[in-house]
Design a protein around this ligand. Structure first.
Ligand SMILES: Cc1cc2nc3c(=O)[nH]c(=O)nc-3n(C[C@H](O)[C@H](O)[C@H](O)COP(=O)(O)OP(=O)(O)OC[C@H]3O[C@@H](n4cnc5c(N)ncnc54)[C@H](O)[C@@H]3O)c2cc1C
Length: 247
């Protein structure tokens, strides 16, 4: 059956569940409306209909779709800042109706299989990459995928376990996690602790020139990482970015 597309707004959907995936970070699971099509890495607008509270920023937020297209649900994951939209999303009953806009964006994996992809994610910037790497795994794509994932502490890192598991089972996927504020953590960490920089990339990649780079996260982080790549002589044409405007 074709989806009921609401003109200019998108599709009707229902909240199916919510899970804490890191400290102060929640994943919201929604029904995937029939006919809703997207590519791994794209985003969509989520609109609350008549929420318990609202504010000047309104009832809509844009989120990358954290789940891969092969799954039956749509998952959005966000840092739970104290805003009316997020307080509402956290407390509305399951099965509450929302509107989801059509998927958009070109932050999707390149076609050329010979070129590796290097993903640079800070914190919540992991969302489009989770979708991309899980879909690539599902489709058995031959691309080499390298994910550099930076968080302050393991406690703050959404989907760390999922990614670590994927690395064990998919030889095309390399995961390099770095935790930059371990003194504030209660967990053990044996991996990297420096911010993502040229040194960390050089240590884990055979060649900095050649891959297509993807950077997602808060605008200041995206700008900083782009600058670092350009300083490392990465061709600007090989850098793709997704700014999570609003952080
Ligand atoms: C393409 C795209 C993809 C995105 N994907 C994601 C995603 O996957 N996950 C995700 O979480 N977000 C994503 N975002 C950002 C998202 O749309 C929201 O802007 C963000 O989550 C902030 O929403 P909010 O309700 O917390 O703040 P808003 O109410 O929207 O506040 C916006 C403004 O207020 C400031 N502000 C509000 N609260 C605070 C606070 N506690 N401390 C400091 N400043 C504050 C913000 O800096 C901002 O300037 C994406 C954005 C874009 C454009």
């Amino acid at each position: 059956m074709a989806a009921r597309e609401i003109p200019s707004v998108g599709y009707e959907s229902k909240l199916l569940g919510r899970v804490e995936v890191a400290e102060g970070t929640m994943a919201f699971h929604f029904e995937k409306p029939p006919g809703f099509k997207f590519k791994a890495g794209q985003f969509a607008d989520v609109t609350l209909i008549d929420p318990p509270e609202t504010d000047a920023e309104g009832n809509t937020r844009t989120f990358s779709i954290a789940s891969p297209p092969f799954e039956n649900e749509l998952v959005f994951t966000t840092r739970m800042r104290d805003t009316a939209f997020k307080r509402s999303l956290k407390k509305v009953p399951l099965a509450t109706e929302v509107q989801i806009g059509s998927a958009a964006g070109s932050f999707t994996l390149h076609k050329n299989r010979a070129k590796p992809a290097v993903f640079l994610a800070g914190g919540i910037g992991i969302t489009p990459f989770l979708s991309i790497v899980r879909q690539a795994d599902h489709d058995r794509l031959p691309h080499k995928l390298h994910l550099f994932y930076s968080n302050r502490r393991p406690e703050d890192a959404p989907f760390l376990d999922v990614l670590q598991m994927l690395e064990k089972t998919n030889p095309n996927f390399q995961l390099v996690c770095t935790m930059t504020e371990m003194p504030k953590s209660k967990k053990e960490w044996k991996g990297e602790t420096r911010l993502i920089d040229q040194e960390i990339l050089s240590r884990h990649l055979t060649n900095l020139q050649g891959p297509i780079y993807y950077i997602a996260g808060p605008p200041a982080m995206v700008a900083g990482l782009r600058k670092m790549l350009v300083a490392a002589n990465v061709d600007e044409d090989d850098i793709r970015t997704e700014d999570f405007a609003g952080y």
